[in-house]
Ligand binder design. Structure first.
Ligand code: ZN
Length: 578
């Protein structure tokens, strides 16, 4: 080693020693937040945000901007593997009114999938308006009528995922503060909201502004998740410092749950009455991308998509849960976690040894056991499906579950299936994400899997796996020619010429972006199909399926023509279709 290099190494070692003893290993932080108590840390943050007096006197803040959500919390990508390109949903016309004086909030946004999806509704900038009035959550439709619904706790957490509302809560008694500690150059304190919910606030010296805030929420697919919202680029508005960017990550794969870009704030402006009993101004229906009128009509009547804001109905299928779990700002858990209260799910005996449960789970009877296909629709639904499947044929246990693919609407009951002791069968790479999903603990929001302590048992499928015994043969094939599912399987029962599928032909009827995939898979496997038993739709004949898909393919072509004619090079256009 050259003498100069040796000197430099010694110098670098000394520098890092000094930095380490200064407890400022975070290059973004310098010095110490004043004081030694949690309250003193909050006081320093209040001073940095405009002063305790200004914050106490604050009446309201209106944030305007635009945002993007990770589609299905990161569980809706083409591949189940970490690092697959993340699909995002735009949330434009984003507005959040914080009525801190009255402990109320109204949030609005218009969502648009930034990738091709199978219905016009995903591309219609459908308006969502979600309110909170104390403990009451409500939703406002386009006509301005408010109806109770939504998760008040979830909305309360988002209301306080803002540096000013969080610190103000600690000044006014809406939250207590405790447990001051140091982490990575930041000073951390815990906030306990009056309602009992906990958040952790990180304060960054030397400016002593909040750097991030984190909290825990329930999640159907992941058990529970830690949300961490980091604040970027403070600017003064009305005597208060507010961030111009918010990034909320979850503690699974470091997913960017939401990226929020601020246009600006109105502070202490004239805001509407946000009481749950109030009447709100109507809002125009969304936008130019609502689809051809004759086909979009069904979509328009659903706007605003209030259904997607409500807890999933207890008998809803995977498609219904998709709207809630995939798109929400909350990403909570559909249904409760304890047993009881679940209604009987209707079951159709499709053929000898084959049943379909309402909402899209198929049961297959083998000589000494029953195998299920697909566990969507939430934990409660799958608990009930398994309970009923155990009664289908006396003495036959339910032992296996075939999962078509990993998308989080289709796996919204996977944790329950593992809790029930089922062995999961799917494409090899899906085992990677299923292991991650089912290894997660949920001590704050325990579900049956957390309580059971069970772990994933998995049988991988590469190109083809045949399940066969004396009474039943089921072929499980890898899906090909599909730009929605990169790693998926469908099932085929030769005896009945039944094709069991999810999302290949039946993700939604309107726009069949990957519609050729249905026939391509049949041709590729040289199988003879009489009947299609889908997860999302009703049972159809082969001919009915083709008749359903074909116009959807034509609508994609028409849609892309219209988009491109407007100069909107919409994702997926021109369509990769024959
Ligand atoms: Zn689907």
């Amino acid at each position: 080693m050259q003498p100069f290099a040796r000197i430099m190494l010694v110098a670098l070692a000394l520098v890092s020693l000094v930095v380490a003893t200064g407890d400022a290993q975070n290059p973004l932080a310098a010095g110490q937040v004043p004081g030694t108590t949690a309250q003193q840390a909050i006081d320093a943050a209040a001073a940095a945000l405009g002063g305790a007096g200004r914050l106490r006197a604050l009446r309201n803040i209106t944030l305007t901007g635009y945002a993007q959500y990770a589609y299905q919390n990161g569980g809706g990508n083409i591949s189940p593997l970490p690092g697959a390109p993340q699909k995002f949903i735009a949330a434009n016309d984003y507005r959040r009114i914080y009525d801190v004086q009255n402990m109320r909030m109204l949030h609005q946004e218009r969502r648009n999938d930034l990738f091709p999806f199978a219905n016009y509704g995903g591309h219609s900038f459908a308006l969502q308006r979600q309110g909170l009035d104390g403990d009451v959550a409500y939703n406002v439709n386009a006509q301005g009528a408010a109806a109770r619904g939504g998760d008040a706790r979830d909305r309360r957490m988002w209301m306080h995922a803002n540096p000013v509302t969080a610190v103000r809560a600690a000044l006014t008694g809406a939250a207590t503060v405790s447990n001051r500690r140091q982490q990575d150059g930041l000073t951390l304190v815990d906030l306990t909201l009056r309602e009992g919910d906990r958040m952790t606030l990180a304060i960054r010296p030397p400016e002593n502004r909040p750097h991030w805030i984190s909290w825990i929420g329930p999640n159907t697919n992941l058990g529970e998740v830690v949300y961490t919202t980091t604040f970027y680029g403070y600017q003064p508005y009305g005597g208060v410092e507010l961030p111009m960017g918010y990034t909320t990550k979850i503690d699974w794969r470091d997913v960017d749950f939401m990226k929020l870009y601020v246009d600006g704030y109105y502070v202490d402006g004239d805001i509407p009455n946000l009481a749950a009993s109030a009447t709100f101004p109507p809002a125009p229906l969304g936008g130019t991308l609502a689809g051809p009128p004759q086909l979009g009509a069904g979509t328009l009547t659903q706007q605003p998509n209030i259904a997607s804001l409500l807890p999933a109905p207890r008998t809803v299928g995977p498609g219904g849960a998709a709207a809630g779990a995939g798109r929400g700002g909350g990403g909570g858990r559909a249904g409760g976690t304890a047993g009881g209260g679940q209604q009987q799910i209707p079951v159709v005996n499709v053929a000898r040894g084959v049943w379909r449960f309402g909402g899209g789970t198929i049961a297959l009877e083998f000589a000494d056991h029953i195998t299920l296909f697909e566990a969507g629709g939430g934990l409660d639904r799958v608990r009930q499906v398994v309970a009923q499947a155990r009664q289908l044929v006396p003495g036959k246990p339910v032992t296996q579950l075939i999962q078509s693919h990993h998308h989080f609407d289709h796996t919204a009951g996977l944790r329950q299936a593992v809790a029930e002791g089922l062995t999961i069968i799917s494409r090899r790479d899906n085992g990677v994400i299923f292991k991650e999903m089912t290894d997660r603990k949920a001590p704050n929001f325990p579900d049956d899997l957390h309580r059971s302590g069970r772990t994933l048992s998995f049988i991988p499928v590469d190109d083809h796996l045949q399940l066969r015994d004396a009474t039943m043969t089921v072929d499980i094939f890898r899906i090909i020619a599909n730009n929605h599912i990169g790693d998926g399987v469908f099932a085929y029962i030769p005896e009945h010429k039944i094709y069991i599928e999810a999302d290949i032909a039946t993700a939604a009827e309107e726009v069949q972006w990957w519609g050729d995939s249905f026939l391509d898979n049949i041709t590729h496997r040289k199988i003879d199909v009489d009947t299609v038993v889908p997860v999302h739709m009703d049972i159809m004949t082969f001919e009915e399926t083709v008749r359903m898909v074909r116009p959807g393919i034509e609508r994609v072509k028409q849609y892309c023509q219209e988009m491109v004619a407007k100069g909107n090079w919409f994702p997926g256009c021109p369509a990769f279709l024959r």
